[in-house]
Design a protein around this ligand. Sequence first.
Ligand code: UD1
Length: 429
Amino acid sequence: MDRIKIVGGSPLRGSIPISGAKNAALPLMIASLLTPGTLVLENVPRLSDVRMLKRILGNHGVDVTVAGKRIGETGEDGEVVRLSAAAIVDTVAPYELVSQMRASFWVVAPLLARMGEAKVSLPGGCAIGTRPVDLLLMALEKLGASIEIDAGYVIARAPKGLTGGEIDFPKVTVGGTHTALMAAVLARGTTLIRNAAREPEVTDLAECLVKMGARIKGIGTAELEVEGVANLHGATHRVLPDRIEAGTYAFAAAMAGGDVMLEGIAPHHLQAALDKLEQAGAEVIATNEGIRVRRNGHGIQPVDVTTEAFPGFPTDLQAQFMALMTRAEGTSRITETIFENRFMHVQELARFGARIRLDGDAAIVEGIQTLKGAPVMATDLRASVSLVIAALAAEGETMINRVYHLDRGFESLEAKLSRCGANVERIRA
Ligand code: UD1
């Protein structure tokens, strides 16, 4: 298994192009199941989760091709992926595939909407806690589906097609909103989705569905109204930039010190995180090109953070912010409200000498002046990149093991950091 070696202490200076968002690319690719036409997605990040989903969709009969490099294209552009589900050859998503990537469970909605049936393995728990799908299934039931659980599989049926209905989410769920949208666009009649997730990735999916012929009102708000249509057609859509990747590098720049331009990202996608970063003492400047983050000389100030659904502070940046707080000049409290067990990075950050104590759903971080490099292990995608942030500011060498978690969600991580002066090297297995 590959490892990443980081020698800390170099400030970051330079530009980092922000990739297309993984969490938008995945539902957008899944939306290709809704139409026999061709969905062309631009700016798709080169990530192992994307590769995995191409395989999963291929299993259902989606023809996936990736455009070759053209003159003038640089490796920094994401891929152009063409997905054509002219015929769905299989409505079963087996355990072997779904268990490798949770988001692939979402195929249940388009398969059911287009084919009237789907049999999809339950995804199971994961490193960040039990992650139920009850609300996703509730949404499908509200649209007339019958749901049965058998031998670890969800069997969803709507032989006469789905019908519009009212879906009231008792809690904000990104996956639930993606599922509801993908089911409702082909249902007969009108669907109201209340307490919908407002994450930019949900908006991106909704906008793409509209290009495919869907009728959706209220995009970007917590109340979506979908008027079902009989068919959708192909479209071309550019995946929005990855706010989590951008926030990660913003925190990394604040941690290591220096001056970094995050190319192609707009502040409104991660305003809550940028506000916290400014309170911590970094300078954040929005320009036409992107967001510039710098910290020169000043210490890092302690700042309390509570994760919330968008537009609040994202849970996917919690681990990275905690890494930054390990070197703050004082004590901060980081509260996780979205996932119950998302603190696995705490014990790994402790290996750098960080002082962190857990108190229910919060971590209390007592900042120290110097972290020391150490061998560490990644447990999930966002946790692993928090170790990279700690390593960039730690004295001496850090070896990060189990890098495949990073490869699931961060495109060209070593290259992006190296070009800003970090001492980062991948050691191939
Ligand atoms: C998505 C993101 C993930 C991010 C999360 C929250 C992708 C591929 N993943 O995950 O990176 O951390 O949003 O922003 O886009 N819940 C239920 N029942 C359900 C569904 C969810 O109780 O049926 C709960 C979850 O346990 C959690 C909360 O709702 O406490 C939010 O989860 P949700 O927004 O659904 O997360 P995902 O869509 O899985």
